[in-house]
Design a protein around this ligand. Sequence first.
Ligand SMILES: [Zn+2]
Length: 411
Amino acid sequence: MTELTKTLELKLVEPTAHKRRKLRETREAYQQALHDAFDADCATQTEANDIVVEHDLSGYAKNALKQYVPQLTTTYNADELHDDHPVRFTNEGLRLDHKPENAIEWYVKIPHHEDYHLWMPAQPNPKQRDWLEALNAGDARMGESRLFERDGGWYLHVTATRDVEDGSEVSAEEQMPIGVDIGEASLVTVCHRDDHGSPTAPKLWADEGKTIRRLRKTYFTAKRRLQTRGSERIAESFGDDVWRQIDDVFHHVTREVVEYAESVENPVLVLEDLTHIRESMDYGEYMNRRLHGWGFAKIHAQIRYKAVEKGIPVETVNPRNTSKECHACGEVGYRPKQATFTCPNKACWVSEYQADVNGAINIADRYLSGESHSREHTDGDDSAEDGGRLTAPQDTQADATQQETLGTYAS
Ligand SMILES: [Zn+2]
């Protein structure tokens, strides 16, 4: 077991003039207390307490000062303090909330005065999404946080800690990649190949997909109705409740995905690279998957942190065409139905295949072929796709039929 610690970066989103004033008040009161305690040469928590207790600050900032000032006076060699010390709060001070239904999804509670605090929308570093999910689920612990202003913007740095299992170190060849596909019919689908290279043990979370679709529908219908009645507050609390239920389903599924990986020897979970998902999907497909709230980012982040907890590595691959290519021959096929993939290649043994499983195997294979995150811009990939498009069989056939019909009429 190893303890991982990270500083999470959040930028407060366009605080109103009122909130900026409150933040500045906090900072000024904090600086004053810090200077007073430093100038009084407080070397113990008790001495620092006697000074900071007089200031109009939240208990979280006062407690942080009590710990911080004795450190400063015993290690800091300057006679005077700079003015750029961030405002520190002890671990219980900050609270995090997640509202995935909102354009700005994350909110932080910042202590102000004794009994007064500010809730503010915050934009996290997108690379740290897994940590936020872990914090939000209570699977990581929040430590001290620091509030500061830089170039006119306000930022929060939050220390977070979680326990992870040490992974076994095996070479890439010994690893068994497990493809993870997130989709419409099945919320998540995983599959890997056995020692002989045959796809094995596909697992689909189709019922959960149904549940999410139902919850989403309930949410949008009820929200519209409540909003037309002007009940914004009820709409919001109802939305929070539905999203909590959705999040519960996500947690249950992502836990089972990691359990699946634990049942495989030397597993590596392979996800699609989210930073390139927009570019690699056509617009309609992207909007479908994004707008329909399938929570790509949320599910990925939960899988990531839960896998790391168990010492299971997670890798990403280029998502281009993973749902369109045949896992057996690589030909670009089509979906006559949502759940069915059809391979147009006559020489290929695959004619119809479960579409989500086909996608999951493609994702696993990309890792095997070395087409992982760091090497995603290979030329072969692009040319294969262009070629596939040009010779798309359904179009060719349609053209041919039309030609014949015209010919008949012409003669
Ligand atoms: Zn095929």
